[in-house]
Design a protein around this ligand. Structure first.
Ligand code: ZN
Length: 519
């Protein structure tokens, strides 16, 4: 152990040398304060834009954004756009956002576990090649960079020719169909997608304008970039440990690279250690009812007294901002009298302060945790089919929605019916999930979707999932990691509205209002 940390020290010293002396010069794209602001927004260092008020970016916001970047980049935190900061912004780097909602000041420098696969045998396929290197060499570099991660974890990787392999690897230039265009030589080198049930989850894209190389200080070392991107494909965000592979910035070619300790800790948090007895059918994170760190929810509900409860099987957990309340989980029957186990869906209706629960062909109504008389009633009264998956009051417009399979329904509280034209395909929402377990408008007025072990926060302004989601439900909602919902609350979804003049923001609000009519 002592030996490996010495080696880590030697390697990190070597990296410093490389950073100072060994790096070739790269094209500079951040030249002035406007460029810097675009950069800080792009990589999620900006604070909380507010679509409703069209609030302008203040000087304090700028200082906070620059400080956030400086802290993540591990350079002197001044809050000012000095030369060191501009130089760092011009370093080649990964295209994934940096700030994953952590409050940097309070956080130790370490890995960020964001999401995970629920299988440990992962398939991969190279869909397109760069001409920078022979195909056989690219094949070997990809296999070697995956092996870095499988050597120290419970994961195995299998190369596949199947169209639906988990990780699909492409070399692209410019816009390439995923809404995240590459930027020519320098700056962004590659990006990759966190684990999701959407086909793009796990995929890694490399900017083929870079000039990828191997075993040399010249050009961009493909092995380093691929190993970093596969960390994202496996569910790790950017680490602010400057020695970590998952540090956002390119480190140059590193001979005899070994995976740094921070990255090993991160991958083992997600997938466990390499026990040498890999079982490809193993699903390490199926819900253990006795575990304090469950993943997949049946439903999550708020009650009129302001509490939040998560339901799994026959258990209920009261969720606080810093984890599960003392004394929980409890049997559902002990907290919510007469409520059955294995709930399908629920929602809190602010209009009457009641919480509704759905199971099979019936629904129940509660005042806080007390059952209202006269229930259960038949779900057909809502015009809904039995066995719905989720229900929620969308923060975007206050309307009530139900999800079943890959379709959703909008309920009209004035007519007492499902609106005409529903159900519609859930894909309209742009949610990267095809099987939602639960959904909820939380006390921060944001709508959350839960699927498998992961959850997503919806951006009502841009009609998509917020950047840096999905995240692990256990980690954030059940207090099973370093972070909790207090951190979750501090950064809301990114849009450019805060920088827009009020009139333009107003016009955009009207456009958005028009859009609501179609949801
Ligand atoms: Zn990255």
């Amino acid at each position: 152990m002592q030996g490996s940390s010495n080696l880590g020290l030697i390697l990190s010293l070597l990296w410093c040398v490389l950073l100072v002396h060994g790096m070739p010069s790269f094209p500079r794209s951040v030249l002035d304060a406007d460029d810097a602001m675009t950069y800080l927004q792009r990589f999620n260092h900006m604070g909380t834009p507010n679509m409703q008020t069209g609030q302008m970016m203040t000087e304090d916001d700028m200082v906070a954004a620059i400080s956030s970047f400086q802290s993540m980049a591990n350079i002197t935190v001044t809050g000012k756009l000095n030369n060191e900061t501009m130089d760092m912004m011009n370093m080649p780097r990964c295209g994934m956002p940096d700030n994953m909602g952590f409050s940097n000041a309070a956080r130790r420098k370490r890995y960020a576990a964001m999401a995970r696969w629920d299988v440990t045998d992962i398939t991969w396929r190279i869909n397109s090649y760069s001409t920078d290197l022979p195909e056989a060499d690219i094949n070997r570099i990809m296999a070697d960079s995956l092996k870095l991660w499988s050597d120290v974890s419970g994961l195995t990787f299998t190369e596949s020719t199947a169209a639906d392999a988990d990780f699909i690897i492409d070399f692209n230039t410019g816009a390439h169909g995923d809404g995240n265009p590459f930027d020519g030589p320098g700056s962004v080198l590659a990006h990759a997608y966190f684990p999701t049930t959407n086909p793009i989850g796990g995929d890694a894209h490399f900017d083929d304008d870079e000039g990828f190389t191997q075993n040399t200080d010249a050009g961009i070392d493909l092995f380093q970039v691929a190993a970093h991107e596969f960390g994202h494909s496996l569910g790790l965000g950017h680490s602010d440990d400057p020695n970590a592979l998952m540090y956002a910035f390119y480190r140059g070619y590193i001979p005899n690279f070994v995976l740094p300790e921070d990255d090993i800790n991160g991958i083992q948090y997600l997938y466990g250690e390499n026990t040498g007895a890999a079982d490809p059918t193993m699903r390490p994170f199926t819900v253990d009812p006795n575990s304090p760190c469950p993943g997949q929810l049946d439903t999550i509900a708020r009650t009129g007294d302001g509490r939040t409860f998560a339901f799994i099987g026959n258990l209920v957990y009261q969720i606080l901002n810093d984890g599960v309340a003392t004394g929980y989980p409890q049997l559902i029957s002990q907290v919510f009298a007469d409520l059955p186990n294995d709930i399908d869906a629920s929602f809190y209706w602010p209009g009457n302060g009641r919480t509704y629960f759905f199971k099979g062909a019936q629904y129940y109504r509660y005042s806080d945790t007390t059952p209202d008389a006269g229930y259960p009633l038949d779900i057909s009264l809502w015009g809904l089919p039995a066995d719905i998956d989720a229900a929620f009051v969308w923060s975007g417009n206050g309307r009530l929605y139900f999800v079943k399979g890959d379709q959703y329904y909008r309920y009209n509280t004035y007519t007492g019916r499902i609106d005409n034209g529903y159900p519609r395909p859930l894909s309209v929402w742009g949610l990267p999930v095809d099987s939602i377990d639960a959904a909820m408008q939380f006390s921060n007025s944001r709508t959350y979707f839960f699927a498998g072990d992961n959850y997503y926060r919806y951006n009502d302004a841009s009609f998509e999932v917020d950047a840096s989601y999905p995240r692990l439900t256990a980690y954030w909602w059940f207090g099973c990691g370093e972070n909790n919902l207090e951190d979750e609350d501090d950064g809301t979804g990114g849009s450019l509205a805060s920088c827009l003049p009020n009139t333009l923001a107003l016009v955009m609000s009207l456009v958005i209002f028009a859009f609501f009519q179609h949801f």
